[in-house]
Each structure stands twice: as structure tokens, then as C-alpha cells.
Design a protein around this ligand. Structure first.
Ligand code: DC
Length: 237
């Protein structure tokens, strides 16, 4: 797309969205990417796919070398959502569609352990950086602004209280036909926050130059408008 005034090709920026589980990152990132006609990359889905590979092969998650080898040889692809994936990015591993299972409670339970393995992160971070090389991407995760796209033109750190995030997750799970009680989800979210922010390699952390957005008191529409506004001004810079 060209700039309306100068006719020069419009800059295609990199947008990094980080934050804890359930803050609304993926919905926000998808909407922003759609509006700008950018590629949306859900890095959490890649760690979930890696976890699925390890569990499917019955690997001992403490055997890091074995997990790393399995992830190195797995072909992990992300595809645009369709009706079968209920609006979420489709996850294909070695040709098999694992979109549904990677978002199940069992994968959620073990994903923090797999994503804490430095060798696994190295493989996936390289993949993510390759995908974002040309710009025109919105990427969400935990270490995008600090590590993967440290050079991103726009960095957002999206957060919300554990209670609000748990309510949203409960709604998502109900829509997917999965049943769980709110207290269990709050406990799971708090545990995952703790594991993700205290791990040694690339812990979840707000980048110094990221803009903090607390979504407790804002609707997703309001947050999307705000982030799109920020994108437009970065593109125009
Ligand atoms: O965003 P999500 O819940 O699908 O992410 C799943 C897990 O993957 C999360 O517990 C932390 C990990 N993760 C990570 O370590 N780094 C990323 N860039 C994205 C996710």
C-alpha cells in the first residue's frame, strides 16, 4: 500500500504485544492485524505445539535434550483461523491439525515447563524472527518486545487483574464446550503468571519502551481503537 500524499510505499511496522495469559492479547493482535492487513503471529500457539509434540512422544519433560530434539524436528505451522478453529489461529504439527488439543487444559498445564527450556525457546524465537523479517506483523507473546522483536516500532504490554482474566477464560472455555470452575481458573492463571515471570530464560516482562494498557476498565473495542491509533502514528513517523 502506498502513502496517499507522497505515493511512497507505506511503512510496514512490527507490533509487539506482550502480557499475561488471558489479558486479551490474541483477540487484540488479530483485530489489529486484520485492520492493517498484517500477518498475525500467535507465539503462544507455537509453545503449545512444542508441548503437544513432547507429550505425544511421551518425552520426560525434565529430559531437555530429548524435548529440544523433538521440537527441532517438528514442522510447526500456523494458519489463518477458520470456522473449525472458532476464530483462533490453526496449529498444524507434522501435517496434523492440533488446534483444539493445544488449547486444552493438559497442554496449558505443561506449557510453562516446556517454554522454560532455553533450547526450545532458541528454536522458536528463530522461527518467529524469520516470520517477522519483512515487517507488517503483529506478534503476541511474553518476550516479544524484550527479545524476539526488540526493534519493534510499537510495543504494548497488555494486562488485567487475574480475576478479570479468569472470567474471560471461563467464557472462552464455555464456548469451546469445556467446563471448569472460576476458582480453579484463577489459581491456574496465578500459577502460570508466576512460572512465566520468574523463569530464567526470557521471563515475561514489560519492555522499557512498551506502553502499558490495563484492560480491566476498557472494552476490547476501546483497546483496539487505541492500539490502531498508535499504529497509525508510528506508520506516519
Ligand atoms: O499465550 P498462551 O497462553 O497461548 O501461551 C502459552 C504459554 O507459552 C504461556 O504459559 C507462556 C508461553 N509463552 C512464552 O513463554 N513465550 C511466548 N512468546 C509466548 C508464550
Amino acid at each position: 500500500m502506498n502513502d496517499e500524499q507522497t505515493g511512497a510505499p507505506r511503512k510496514r511496522i512490527k507490533v509487539a504485544i506482550d502480557g499475561p495469559a488471558g489479558a486479551g492479547k490474541s483477540t487484540l493482535a488479530k483485530r489489529v492485524a486484520d485492520k492493517l492487513n498484517y500477518l498475525y503471529i500467535d507465539t503462544g500457539a507455537m509453545y503449545r505445539a512444542a508441548t503437544w509434540v513432547a507429550l505425544e512422544q511421551r518425552a520426560d519433560l525434565n529430559d531437555h535434550n530429548r524435548v529440544i530434539e523433538l521440537v527441532r524436528h517438528a514442522i510447526i505451522e500456523l494458519k489463518a483461523p477458520d470456522e473449525s478453529s472458532q476464530g483462533r489461529v490453526r496449529v498444524i504439527v507434522n501435517g496434523a491439525d492440533v488446534s483444539f488439543i493445544v488449547r486444552s487444559r493438559i497442554i496449558t498445564k505443561f506449557v510453562s515447563a516446556v517454554s522454560a527450556i532455553a533450547g526450545v525457546r532458541k528454536i522458536l524465537v528463530e522461527k518467529q524472527q524469520k516470520l517477522a523479517k519483512e515487517g507488517g506483523v503483529v506478534m503476541d507473546g511474553r518476550d516479544i518486545g524484550t527479545v524476539v522483536l526488540a526493534d519493534a516500532e510499537l510495543k504494548i504490554f497488555l494486562t488485567a487483574s487475574a480475576e478479570v482474566r479468569a472470567e474471560r477464560r471461563l467464557k472462552d472455555m464455555r464456548e469451546m464446550g469445556q467446563m471448569q470452575d472460576l476458582q480453579t481458573i484463577i489459581a491456574d492463571i496465578k500459577e502460570r503468571d508466576h512460572l512465566d515471570s520468574t523463569r530464567e530464560t526470557s521471563p515475561m516482562k514489560q519492555a522499557d519502551d512498551a506502553i502499558l494498557i490495563d484492560t480491566d476498565n476498557y472494552s476490547l473495542d476501546q483497546v483496539t481503537d487505541k492500539v490502531l491509533e498508535l499504529c497509525v502514528s508510528k506508520i506516519a513517523e
